[in-house]
Design a protein around this ligand. Structure first.
Ligand SMILES: [Zn+2]
Length: 224
């Protein structure tokens, strides 16, 4: 097993087929950008590819290009959005599974988990994995946090809900077995240079230090 992994996070690819939320277009990439990233991932056992938000482009654009390259990915879908135009429906999720992909939870309604009630937390972190698990046929214990927004309370809730692997959007490399997994999000400005440095895992010492401090703050914030 590699000592560190580069986790990549994909949101949307190509032209969006639904109205995007404000700012969401920042994390959509072109087919060419997406292919460039996949090409760099071929033959790398230290690279994990994830998809958030359950967009229709996961299936229509993402899946065939993964299969062409013999790559696998983990798709984090929204239990409350199946069949909404522009999103995956249940058949789409089944197709991903049949193609050998993994499916985890991105919650229910894409809420900010730092700003939800106890009842909403139950729906986001307990009901959503259960509903997705009914599709996958096995318990869902892998989760990606919407907006990468977490604090101590969010992490405690996820632990209590039995989640075994939690993906953030913190950036930076991760150790393969860590409970909390940092990811690099693709965004509309990525280019060949971004792909090269990200896959080399080479941030400058200053950037690395900033990331470590930011993660520590997020884990601890929310204390009474
Ligand atoms: Zn999301």
């Amino acid at each position: 097993m590699p000592t560190s992994v580069v986790n990549i996070n994909v949101h949307g690819i190509g032209s969006a087929t639904r109205t995007l939320d404000p700012g969401e277009e920042q994390v959509w990439v072109s087919v060419e950008q997406f292919e460039q990233v996949l090409d760099a991932a071929v033959g790398r056992d230290d690279v994990r590819i994830t998809f958030d938000d359950g967009n229709a482009s996961d299936l229509e654009i993402g899946l065939p290009r993964l299969l062409e390259r013999g790559l696998k990915a983990h798709f984090f879908v929204l239990a409350g959005e199946f069949g909404v135009p522009g999103r995956l429906d249940r058949d789409g999720v089944r197709e991903l599974l049949e193609a050998g992909m993994s499916v985890g939870s991105h919650g229910w309604a894409h809420r900010d988990w730092r700003r939800i009630t106890d009842a909403e937390a139950e729906q986001e972190m307990v009901d959503a994995p259960r509903v997705i698990g009914e599709l996958t046929g096995k318990p869902v214990t892998t989760v990606a946090i919407p907006f990468g927004s977490y604090d101590r309370i969010v992490l405690n809730r996820l632990r209590k809900a039995g989640m075994r692997l939690v993906y953030t959007s913190d950036g930076g490399k991760a150790r393969p077995d860590d409970w909390l997994q940092a990811r690099y999000s693709l965004h509309r400005d990525i280019d060949a240079e971004w792909v090269r440095t990200t896959f080399a895992g080479k941030a400058s010492p200053a950037v690395q230090a900033r990331r470590i401090v930011a993660r520590r703050v997020k884990r601890l914030r929310g204390a009474p």
